[in-house]
Design a protein. Sequence first.
Length: 542
Amino acid sequence: MSRDVKPPPTPPLLVVENLAVTFGQGASAVQAVRGISFTLERGESLALVGESGSGKSATALSILQLLPYPKAHHPKGRIRFKGHDLLGANEKTLRSVRGGRIGMVFQEPMSSLNPLHAIERQIGEALTAHGAQGNAGIKPRVIELLRKVGFPDAEQRLGALPHELSGGQRQRVMLAMALANTPDLLIADEPTTALDVTIQAQILALLRELRAQMGLSLLFITHDLAIARAIADRVCVMKDGQIIEQGSVAEVLSNPKHDYTRQLVQAQPKPQARSAAVSDTPVMIAENLKCWFPIRRGIIRRTVGHIKAVDGVSLSLKPGRTLGVVGESGSGKSALALALLRLAESEGAITFEGQRIDGLKPAAMRPLRRQIQIVFQDPFGSLSPRLSIREIVGEGLSVHDKLSDVERDARVAEALTDVGLDSAIMDRYPHEFSGGQRQRIAIARALVLRPKVLVLDEPTSALDVSVQAQLIDLLRALQTKYGMAYLFISHDLRVIRAMADDVMVMKDGTVQESGPAATVLNAPTQAYTQALMAAAFELKAV
């Protein structure tokens, strides 16, 4: 009597066993990854989720042996891809795997692409590195790849350089390079973090489509639980170099077992009841503001047109209230902030506490600078690495106030305490702090002058979600304490919903829609705002 014989189970595409990653040697060694194990099946999508420093990227880079040797090494562990151990592989084998059987997409495409080479050449290099020959066959393949990743006008843009492309277009070029040789596995390390919400949704939809078409396996690195929910079948939650919880996305994110996972799930920015305005009289008003940048061509640099970064925008800021400015990259949000601060040339009336400031010379503006401060997106780039925290936070006091060293230190200590930092850090330097701590230092630098208007230009976009939530709570508390007016710029609608009393939506330098936050975010009337909300809702609901 014959019996049906079941075929043996297909082995996983990727098996990581007891992997450890250590940076440095001896007493100064740092254990970035501490004995983690997971598998990735063929055609499956797995998300590695965790905050900065959890070991996500070190794990991903270990798979392709891209960590700096000998600074980084593996005290133990195995990485088997299609049954072959990559940790023990020679350089020839690794070269065939990198970009061949395994493709990788990094977080910041502008840093990953060569600024001097056209995109046709860069994608073509990915093909020739793995055996493709002859320009006649490579160019059509490059065009095919660009079309596959949804790149508009592929044939016409082959000669474009990276700086001539938008962030979403650059990320599509990176995807085309990673997919050039039809890999079995795609590793995506925070590929959507720096992108607008609509572009995020497009890239995620593209990845889902490519998985279905090509049978790709996907290892997706992210700190955003909404993105993990939208893209992954299973999730591994990492903390301090260890996997503390793993399972299906629905199981882990809807019913987390570990306290840390619960903290991540609950750390999403949440709106709170807002206090009334300190005064109904606006502290700052802009009317029909225009910020145009000339386009000059020819030998004599004749002006042939203008980039209308801000085109006829009006707004008012009230004490104790927050105006949220929403829009995609290039919409004019940051140009608007620089124009209000008189750091960019503009036309139109700008009034601060009843005084017209749009025509003031730099010397006349200087006394008002203490009243209008700004916090930038990247605190590491905006804090001088050569100055101590004492000097950074106290620098404005040295310019605007005549204080003794003792008085200045006392004000610096008070500002640091206000932002939740120990005043004992004053003699340390920016590189000694985390991203969230550096942003608190940047806020302290602005706060020490007790401004009446604080411009916040994407202050949370580079931070982990739990740090975002902490910073939002801090900003709300400081606003209540000091009655400052906030101009809060962001492309993250979850953050805007949590922070703003009123919202202004910008596109191509103009205001598409404005009004109370609840009205604009819950019942938008304009098509562009509806598209933004739909993209944000997709990430939240998938």
